[in-house]
Design a protein around this ligand. Structure first.
Ligand code: SF4
Ligand SMILES: [Zn+2]
Length: 366
């Protein structure tokens, strides 16, 4: 009998199968956009290694995530847009930045000291944001204190970070690592890179930090995903605890943002949810993970999006706002005592779920 080759074996399985399903789901929605407008922009406050700062968050429209076009991550509702040529020009990107500065002038009292730029892809990928645009953006925000840019680990290098730190701007690269466990990242999230790539990116940031010679800091902010599909509540919590510990132990990684999964439209998670096969994490799990990891050597924060709704992280509805508030307090103060002040009857249900939910009977509750 002939042996199947590994390539044939992979067809329709593993990542190949995930990508096929995600391509089909995503293709149900067509999106188009104006390349001169950012996807979103808003003002907020954030905890940084130098304390709490006013922040301006910008989601740039850069022609979109290549990985989403291939199929992409199982929880990400990012819709692969159809931009002609798949890229956005320097002028259009700078117009987007102008729109954001205008938004800041109209809505903020003074310029935000923290700038965060996300692209639903990689800001440091030159096919998305060219070197000229990247440098122009660094110049634009040279008078601020700190900047965060999002990138996949592959594109992080000390020279690119140096373009920001040379202005005295503390610079963080946000990496959507999702989990430190390669198996969970590959099989549940359908993201292709390895923890070792993340470690390499952290090493580049550490070198950039040395290059900056005390004039500015450079580091990595890891984004983790709590409860990707196919994990039970307790597996998801355990995976987050070990992921936070592993990230915090890597030199160059100073902040971990652990974010509970929410059910976005046109995703595999949405299909599972619709067929009663997925429940977003309990807010008790988020609190539990933050409590368990409060002593790691990194800032750990969480921003449960859509909390209290069926499609977002939730408890019993009665206590969702209270627990969410405790999580936000923890983000700013890093003190696990904030969770001692919240309790609710549903905590008992959550404990049962943590104890009894297995992959074959999940989700045990809604
Ligand atoms: S999570 Fe990021 S890498 Fe994954 S499909 Fe969405 S935008 Fe692309
Ligand atoms: Zn409750």
């Amino acid at each position: 009998m002939s042996q199947p080759t590994p390539e044939v074996y992979e067809q329709g399985k593993g990542m190949d199968a995930h990508n096929q399903v995600m391509r089909e789901i995503r293709s149900r929605k067509e999106a188009s956009y104006d390349p001169h407008e950012p996807t979103r922009v808003w003002l907020d406050e954030d905890n940084t290694p130098d304390g709490v700062k006013q922040s301006l968050t910008i989601i740039l429209n850069t022609g979109g995530c290549r990985w989403a076009r291939a199929g992409g991550c199982t929880m990400c509702g990012y819709v692969a847009e159809s931009v002609d040529g798949g890229s956005v020009s320097h002028e259009a990107l700078m117009n987007q930045i102008d729109v954001c500065l205008e938004h800041e002038r109209e809505n903020g009292d003074e310029p935000a000291q923290l700038i965060k730029i996300y692209t639903s892809g990689s800001f440091l990928d030159e096919r998305e944001v060219g070197a000229k645009t990247r440098r122009a953006i660094a110049d634009t925000f040279a008078d601020r204190e700190r900047i965060v840019v999002e990138s996949l680990p592959d594109f992080v290098d000390r020279e690119k970070i140096g373009e920001f730190t040379q202005h005295g701007l503390d610079t963080d690269v946000a990496i959507g690592l999702e989990t430190a466990t390669d198996r969970v990242r590959h099989d549940c999230v359908n993201k292709y890179f390895d923890f070792a790539d993340f470690e390499d990116a952290c090493a580049e940031a550490a070198l950039a930090d040395e290059d900056a010679d005390g004039e500015a800091d450079a580091g990595i902010k890891a984004y983790l995903l709590m409860k990707p599909p196919f994990l039970t509540e307790s597996e998801a919590a355990a995976d987050m605890i070990s992921s936070i510990e592993r990230c915090a132990a890597v030199e160059g990684c100073h902040t971990v943002s652990m974010n509970p999964c929410n059910v976005q439209r046109y995703t595999m998670v949405d299909e599972l949810y619709f067929n009663d096969g997925y429940r977003p994490p309990w807010l008790w799990s988020v609190a539990h993970v933050l409590e368990e990891t409060a002593d790691v050597d990194a800032i750990v924060v969480s921003d449960p999006v859509g909390h209290g709704s069926d499609r977002g992280p939730h408890n019993c509805q009665e206590c969702d706002d209270l627990v969410q508030k405790a999580i936000k307090d923890f983000d700013l103060r890093q003190d696990p005592a904030v969770f001692e002040q919240v309790s609710c009857e549903c905590e008992r249900t959550w404990e049962v779920v943590m104890e009894r939910e297995r992959s074959f009977n999940q989700p045990l509750t809604r």
